[in-house]
Design a protein around this ligand. Structure first.
Ligand code: NAP
Length: 285
């Protein structure tokens, strides 16, 4: 069996077109959704991500404000900027690009963003609401993965979903999303990590296997159940270029569907971020 490729780029383009229509509808009510992005330091990957997000805002008709700060910025200065953005009525969403420099307490900064302006859904309030099943906004990458599965016709309800990775930005919120009782969820979710014994034993049971590990080609073909769906979140820069967490060429001979890297989950993250900004803008009406 050769897996069909789940085209994240095409599905993301669909969502971005919907976002653009929503932005135009809001404009008729006198509202232009706006996103403030905060970038600290000179991490090259972060610069690429933030540039892509800003460009995507422009294409959707979302206003964006760029705040690029030196790596040495004192934490207090960063918190004061967030406070100003919290009070600015034109700013509907605030995104602080992670990682932050070591001298800045990441959680303190994320906690400072007003929950109703939390474009990434990283604030504990939004994290809690997500777990409770009534998210204001869900983190963009997990929400993008759920949407990718739904729009590519993959049944989630009743399936065994195995997520490898338990980070606060991917694994944990994704587990919370997919375990909910409701449409596009209702799965039986297992979360694996470095403390998991017999990782392959778990992954081989998965109807839907989601790899969010950050290790190139860590998911090999023998770890994958015949006919399963594999979602590869990983973005690993190697000598061969950008590669995922799954050994794509081998795994696609076992799975029934798989996301490529690049062109799978990545574009969905951007699309869902834009959708979150529109949601936050709409919630101010
Ligand atoms: P992270 O914070 O480093 O978390 C990695 C997780 O994988 C941890 O829970 C870790 O377990 C687990 N893990 C690592 N090695 C493992 C192993 N050998 N066996 C089992 N579990 C293992 O990473 P992240 O931020 O979630 O990102 C994961 C990957 O997704 C990265 O490649 C990142 O670049 C990518 N990503 C992509 C997008 C996108 O839009 N496409 C968005 C976010 C992240 P422990 O908790 O036990 O350490």
């Amino acid at each position: 069996m050769t897996a069909r490729t789940i085209d994240g780029k095409a599905i993301a383009a669909e969502i971005r077109a919907e976002v653009k229509r929503d932005v135009a509808a809001l404009a008729e009510q006198g509202i232009t959704p706006g996103l403030a992005t905060v970038l600290v330091g000179d991490d090259p990957a972060s610069h690429v991500y933030v540039r892509t997000k800003r460009k995507a805002c422009g294409e959707a008709g979302i206003r964006s404000w760029d705040h690029d700060l030196e790596a040495s910025v004192p934490e207090q200065e960063l918190l004061e900027l967030i406070e100003r953005l919290n009070s600015d009525d034109e700013v509907h969403g605030i995104l602080v690009q992670l990682p932050l420099p070591e001298h800045v307490r990441e959680q303190t900064v994320l906690d400072a963003v007003r929950p109703h302006k939390d474009a990434d859904g990283f604030h504990p309030y939004n994290f809690g609401r997500l777990l409770a099943g009534s998210p204001l906004v869900a983190s963009a990458t997990p929400a993008g993965i759920q949407e990718l599965l739904i729009r590519s016709g993959v049944e989630i309800a009743g399936k065994d979903v195995v997520i490898v990775g338990r980070s606060n930005i991917v694994g944990k919120p994704l587990a919370a999303l997919l375990m909910q009782k409701g449409a596009g969820a209702n799965a039986t979710v297992t979360v694996c990590h470095t403390g998991t014994e017999d990782l392959a034993g778990h992954t081989r049971r998965a109807d839907i296997l989601i790899a969010a590990i950050g290790r190139a080609k860590a998911i090999t073909a023998p770890m994958v159940k015949e006919g399963s769906v594999v979602i590869d979140v990983g973005m690993n820069r190697t000598e061969d270029g950008l590669v995922g967490d799954a050994d794509y060429d081998a795994v696609k001979e076992v799975a029934s569907a798989i996301t490529p890297v690049p062109g799978g989950v990545g574009p969905m993250t951007i699309a869902m971020l834009l959708a979150n900004v529109v949601k936050l803008a709409r919630s101010t009406i």
